[in-house]
Design a protein around this ligand. Structure first.
Ligand code: LLH
Ligand code: MG
Length: 381
């Protein structure tokens, strides 16, 4: 089997979110937005799909490299794309490679009529989810105070979630970041949900050592499950210091570049307690599974970053948890279940016990709404 084409199709949808000047997502006025689907085609008619990479980089950099390759040679293709990054970091990002890798896993699964996790080696068919909030805001009725977070945590608990992760209020909001406010939010949430719900904090990412230490010490008293990315992840020395000085588990790296190499270094240097990776952060399912096996060998927990079909396929194939799936980002104003009209079934349905069932459909397990895509198509390249 040989790859004969890789192309993109862009289509419109209505978004109800917007980004602030620091890049955090919040509820926003309805606006038209564009999603892009990548399609890989083979000479025998097999196809694979994944969402989220731009047309230019696919046509200009990825296509010349993968035409003629066997789509089952994912390791060879991934290596080649990874090497090509050296001269093309601005365009051939880990996210783009992640989308291509996901499309290849989708193709393999569709061709063999198996979900990708069965090809990886299946381990489970559902995973516990945590409700992951958007960063806080200043909206009336939004996530604007400790009480507002506490009320939202209770709503999530009532929906079945057994775990809740707080993204606190950060710049550009005035008078933030504020370690005392972060702790007040965490305390209000613990008070509201009681002792049994697992709670985590993902706060402003550029706190100093002293600020991160203060927050961590307070969270230890509140029995939080982990503290995530409280400092710049390029500052490994500070993470080693923080991990040594706190008993609450430190989770990372999430945003640091370097795929499995950075995760190996963090484990070697004891820069965190739990490792972190996501298919769109490290270049796809292929490197996430390398990281899962690295963590397994070192006895280190791995928590996956972000929602989505690719991460769910990895979680279904991970024997060393991956205790949780990050479901979100959530906000009291948004209907999370209604966000992807290009799918007939959402990727991550939640059951009443707070678990997400992992799709057993072939490939990435997505049920694509072809009529929606055709009806809203903008460009095909
Ligand atoms: O800054 C944000 O909006 C969130 O921190 C976001 O990056 C989120 O994806 C995250 O860190 N989750 O763990
Ligand atoms: Mg995070």
């Amino acid at each position: 089997m040989k790859i004969v084409d890789i192309s993109t199709r862009s289509f419109r949808y209505t978004s109800r979110t917007e980004r602030d000047s620091e890049g955090h997502t919040h509820p926003g006025p309805e606006r038209e937005a564009t999603q892009t689907m990548v399609t890989v085609k083979t000479d025998d008619g097999a196809e694979g799909y994944a969402f989220g990479a731009g047309a230019e980089v696919i046509r200009g950099l990825v296509k010349p490299l993968i035409l003629g390759e066997d789509p089952f040679d994912r390791e060879k293709i991934w290596r080649h794309l990874n090497e090509m990054q050296r001269g093309n970091r601005a365009t051939l990002t880990d996210r783009v490679i992640g989308v291509v890798d996901c499309a290849l896993w989708d193709l393999a699964g569709r061709a063999l009529k198996q979900p990708a996790h069965k090809l990886l080696g299946g381990f489970r068919s559902k995973v516990k989810a945590y409700a992951s909030t958007m960063c806080g805001d200043e909206m009336e009725g939004g996530l604007n105070s400790p009480q507002a977070y506490a009320d939202f945590a209770v709503q999530c608990k009532e929906k079945g979630y057994t775990a809740f992760k707080i993204h606190t209020r950060m710049p550009p909001i005035a008078n933030t970041p504020n370690p005392k406010e972060d702790v007040a939010i965490c305390a209000a949430v613990r008070e509201a949900v009681g002792p049994d719900m697992a709670l985590m904090l993902d706060c402003f990412h550029w706190y100093t050592r002293e600020e991160a230490y203060y927050i961590g010490k307070e969270l230890e008293k509140l029995d939080y499950a982990w503290l995530e990315e409280p400092m710049d992840e390029h500052n490994t020395a500070s993470y080693i210091w923080l991990t040594e000085n706190l008993t609450i588990p430190i989770l990372g790296p999430e945003s640091a570049e370097g795929q499995m190499y950075t995760r190996a270094e963090w484990i070697r240097q004891k820069a965190s307690d739990f490792s972190r990776a996501g298919v769109m952060d490290v270049g796809g399912i292929t490197p996430v599974m390398k990281i899962a096996h690295l963590c397994e060998a070192f006895g280190v927990r791995l928590e996956l970053h972000s929602p989505g079909a690719g991460n769910l396929q990895c979680l279904a194939a991970m024997g060393i948890p991956g205790e949780y799936y990050e479901r979100g980002l959530l906000h009291p104003f948004l209907d999370y279940e209604a966000q992807s009209p290009w799918l007939n079934r959402i990727d991550d349905p939640l059951d009443s016990e707070g678990n997400v069932g992992i799709s057993q459909l072939p490939g990435l397990g997505q049920d694509i709404n072809w009529d929606y895509i055709k009806g809203n198509e903008v460009t095909r390249k």
